[in-house]
Design a protein around this ligand. Structure first.
Ligand SMILES: NC(=O)c1ccc[n+]([C@@H]2O[C@H](COP(=O)([O-])OP(=O)(O)OC[C@H]3O[C@@H](n4cnc5c(N)ncnc54)[C@H](OP(=O)(O)O)[C@@H]3O)[C@@H](O)[C@H]2O)c1
Length: 274
């Protein structure tokens, strides 16, 4: 059966590696990103081998740091598709400094959490229509249980890349509690690679970090195709419930003192700001 796979950040890096894989495998692939030329090049490369791929690939242009764009994507998917079998959340733009979007949200929180919250909750009916739905959230598991600053979610005080990164990673684990409570058939994975992956590292990270990533990536980095192999295995045989992985290795889920309460608190706070 042809699966429907939605991939945010499917134009580059690991998202693109997955998009190429699923198009080659005969699935329908809906790519969300900003760059249509990158999408066109990806589809052209696959179509060279399999002319049927073009008809199974769709690009939805969106800036997922904008709530309005995330909502538009959800509306589009709900209007034009009956089912989503896999939702891969891999859009990434790393910011070293605090930035505010045109809508007034802190940009990293908006891209790495608010858009994911909206997509996971907004696409729930389409995921429910799948026999074996799976969400792969490329938020590296293992952040501390208390990494979410409920008093200042958009980090108006004390923003650092490290704090912002830990907060969104923990929030994405809590999102898994909400999603699997809502749909017990859903497999929800927080996943990160085991080591550096040679990707575009989209972001405003400064020259030093960009050069380090490029050099280390070249020397030690894993190829995106190799890095996503474990993701492909899990999507092919999803197990209901939450799980965390680094590469192909399952990791224990972080357990805090009041996870269910924290998840509900996060949902309430986010609903209030959206
Ligand atoms: N690379 C690594 O070593 C590594 C390590 C740990 C975790 N990860 C995680 O793995 C995931 C994938 O990372 P990657 O390195 O493969 O990514 P990447 O090569 O940097 O590509 C980023 C993707 O996100 C899209 N994107 C960026 N900003 C966007 C926005 N505002 N709206 C919509 N799409 C946007 C880009 O699309 P356009 O170009 O079309 O805008 C591109 O497809 C991320 O969650 C990242 O945190 C990566």
């Amino acid at each position: 059966m042809m699966r429907t796979i939605v991939i945010t950040g499917g134009t580059d890096g690991m998202g693109a590696a997955l998009a190429r894989h699923y198009l080659t495998a005969g699935d329908r692939v809906l790519v969300i990103g900003r760059s249509r030329p990158k999408f066109d090049a990806l589809v052209a490369a696959v179509t060279g081998e399999d002319p049927s791929a073009a008809a199974r690939a769709e690009f939805i242009a969106a800036d997922l740091s904008l709530v309005a764009d995330a909502r538009r994507v959800i509306g589009h998917l709900r209007a034009h598709h009956q089912r989503v079998d896999a939702l891969v959340l891999a859009a990434s733009f790393i910011r070293r400094h605090r930035q505010v979007t045109a809508e007034g949200h802190e940009a990293s929180w908006a891209l790495f959490f608010l858009s994911k919250y909206l997509l996971v909750t907004g696409l729930a009916p389409l995921l429910r229509a799948s026999g074996r739905p799976v969400i792969v959230n490329t938020a590296v598991p293992g952040a501390r249980a208390d990494a979410v600053d409920f008093a200042d979610l958009e980090m108006t005080q004390g923003f650092t890349l490290k704090r912002s990164n830990a907060q969104q990673r923990r929030a994405n684990e809590l999102l898994g509690i909400l999603a699997t409570d809502d749909n017990p058939d859903l497999a929800y994975l927080t996943w990160g690679p085991t080591r550096l992956v040679r990707t575009s590292f989209a972001g405003e990270v400064g020259r030093g970090m960009r050069i380090t990533a490029a050099v280390l990536g070249k020397l030690l980095g894993q190829h995106p195709e190799a890095a996503v192999r474990p993701v492909i295995r899990v999507v092919d045989d999803p197990k209901p419930g939450r799980a965390a992985y680094r590469g192909a290795t399952p990791r224990a889920l972080t357990v805090g003192a009041h996870d269910a309460k924290d998840a509900a608190r996060l949902a309430a706070a986010v609903t209030e700001t959206l």
